[in-house]
Design a protein around this ligand. Sequence first.
Ligand code: AMP
Length: 411
Amino acid sequence: MVKSKTLSEIKCIDEMDIAGKVVFIRVDFNTPMVDGKISDDTRIRAALPTIEYAINAGAKVVLGSHFGRPKGKYDKKYSLEPVANRLSELSSCEVLLVEEPTSEAPKALLKTLRPKQILLLENLRFDPSETANGSMIPDAIKEYADIYINDAFGASHRAHSSIVAMAHEFPQRGIGFLMKKEVEMLDKVLLAPDHPFVAIIGGAKVSDKIEVIEALAKQVDVFIIGGAMAYTFLKAMGKEVGTSLVEKDKLTFAKNFLERMSTREKTVLLPVDHVVAESFNAKDSKTTEDENIPEGYMALDIGPKSVAQFGVAIREAKCVFWNGPMGVFENPLFAKGTFGIAKHVADNNEALTIVGGGDSVSAVTQAGVSDKLSHVSTGGGASLEYLEGKPLPGLLALRGKKIHQASEGQD
Ligand code: AMP
């Protein structure tokens, strides 16, 4: 694995003396929920190695996380109670949920904490100072915790209190195993991928992914472009795209990019057939014979020929990075392309296969192939920002860089 420069000045939890200490671990338990029930526990499972390590090394563990956007006050809808229950089931520990993280309660509970019991602080965003990168939460936690560990990669692109202000307050600070793996995997893709390196980029908008496309272009051998953004590229090539989504102001970028890639002898694969419908909410669809989209129709998924053609490149790859679905996979009528690509990626056992967060993660989970991939990132926004070369505030703070301003976004 490449030695990450980003992590060079940062200790991992297994390089620290944590026995007998109280360790606060910032985890990312911002898990998808439907009607108050966890619909995908990937993020909880991903945090287990660090939690179990700390417990087995004789530390007392206090966990903290945000969940959703509760607007700085208690809201049962955003309680971490379901997470506490699931964590108790998944781990070897009893999880005690602390309703008021900045009260005296955690201190009192720690005094009588038995082995194999851990504390989970209630949603840190119930306190308005969390998203303001304020000092309330760190001030309270530093009264009882000795060590700060950030294992919340998916939240580390946000300068919020438990990510940034907290790291400043703890001279003994470091990262957990999940954070380490996330950064090392993305570094591998950015700096030293094995070739052929295939990057699959999909999703809604070219504009959201331009910087990632540019960052990956240095190393990539084959770009596969699917999802709505493919239609801006096809339009730029002079193809008829019907009423498919096109970003008019990105047509010049798309044209220049395709020319640049061709000059550098890199391959760009675009869909050669499509699943089309008359509208986004249509009840039926049809598959085109070729790349032409009939007038009045919009392409909402890639077709079977595209899946097969993309599959050839994916199967020959030694490294695959994937971000963004190939179609409107939330609707079963337009999901086959995304699931077909998921299967091709999962079937390549020879390659390092990395799925970079967000919708592509739920696509590989729904396709039932996540276990067959080398790495499924827990951070959508964070993994894109990292690849774009933007320094993550959470990692900067661990390296001792002072950041006072809070981030505006809350994803
Ligand atoms: P992103 O967050 O940029 O990865 O975009 C994900 C979204 O893109 C999903 O909600 C998809 O439904 C949407 N999407 C993918 N392909 C298409 C398409 N051909 N037309 C419209 N939306 C699409």
